[in-house]
Design a protein around this ligand. Sequence first.
Ligand code: F0G
Length: 464
Amino acid sequence: MELQSHQLLCIGCGRRLRAEEAQRDFRCADCANLFEVVYPWSPTTASPEGSGDSVAAVDNRQPNPSALRWRWRERRGSTAPIDQSGVWRFRDLLPILRDPERAVTLREGNTPLYSLPRAGGELGLERLFAKHQGMNPTGSFKDTGMTAALSVAREMGFQWVACASTGNTSAAMAAYAARARMKSLVLLPEGKISWPKLSQSIDYGALTCQLKTDFDGCAQVLLEVVRRAPVYLLNSMNPYRLEGQKTPAFEIAEELGWEVPDHVIVPGGNLANGSALGKGFMEMKHLGLTSRVPKITVIQAEGANPLYHSLRDFDGQRMEPMEANTRASAIRIGNPASWKKAVRVVQQTGGFCEQVSETEIALAKAEIGQEGIGCEPASAVTLAGLKKLVRAGKVHAAETVVLVLTGHMLKDSDYTIDFHRGQLLTAEETQGWEKQLELRRRGTRSLDANAEAVLRELEAAVPA
Ligand code: F0G
């Protein structure tokens, strides 16, 4: 009998499936909840149980922490594509492929963990870091999940993959599909995603459809498409996406000398990423690679805050979908698929959920930019939210904090230019923030083409 490397576990009723038993929409046939990938050594599966055929013989060798650390470091010096990938370098903890050598990789992951001394200084935090997932091949954290799930799709023999997207998932999916010589279908909310993101999926060759609806409407349509056509769903309901997206947790721990931060802060959109990172941290602790798990905090934009409401008003027991609206278009989502996973990770780790205004997002983004780093607006909610948590006494001066910057600054350059030109925010949004905004804005100057004119500007700019 072939050994099973993993199973799919329903987060609602605990039902276990073999990989090939999953429904096309990755929801449980019994209770409609989502699945997570579990291994014989997973925290939840110390002793695999279940009934009948769905649980075959399992490979239950427990990975050894020192051997893993050594192997992961060794692979950094290798020239093999899967070793150069910051996802597959950790393949021992995501054995989802029969043949990992055939993983579809663009050398994703291995992203920098930058310190943020200015922002940290202003908040009285000595150890504030940014894990810059925007430094991935297509400019967002989605690449780490895409290499995992798209490789599974290829192994299963699918020709078509599909997603609904606010722009980053689609860019990543289109790129990885192109590498794998597979075909990809992208559903986007017309007029509601940034041009650079749209340009990516077109250039990588996806069948790109703009629908006259929002992201939630696109997701709805896609579900019907995957039920009726043999296309493989690559939205984050697909639990293999999260296996790739958990690997930045390994990188963060590795980079901090196998210490874990006190807080990891992520933006919340469709609400999968926080739980992916939480899964990574929990697995590391369980295997003895680290000694604790950070508090995982999710920050939402005020206009797209269903998780914030769910936790505040219903203790995470239910979530009311809403019509979402924010200029941080990546997280403009009112009916997030993975809200239960997000509730679980926030509650299990003792993290928080906060909401931030459009003005707070814009200011935070400019502040990150002034560290020489830059990110897209959705990523900046992390710093905006951190400021609120510090003010509320939920994050303390001696603690280590990691902000996950999910997307590259060039993903939405219009936003940045509008901000610096003073054209982003309405008068109402600006009210009361004038001084802070002024401090952060940097215009451009239009000058005659002579050195005199430039020198006058230089003189005015150099502090006396
Ligand atoms: N940040 C960026 C830059 C994103 O693109 C997304 C999601 C998120 C944060 C939120 O992550 O959904 O796991 O809570 N973008 C998806 C997309 C929805 O289609 O690109 P999440």
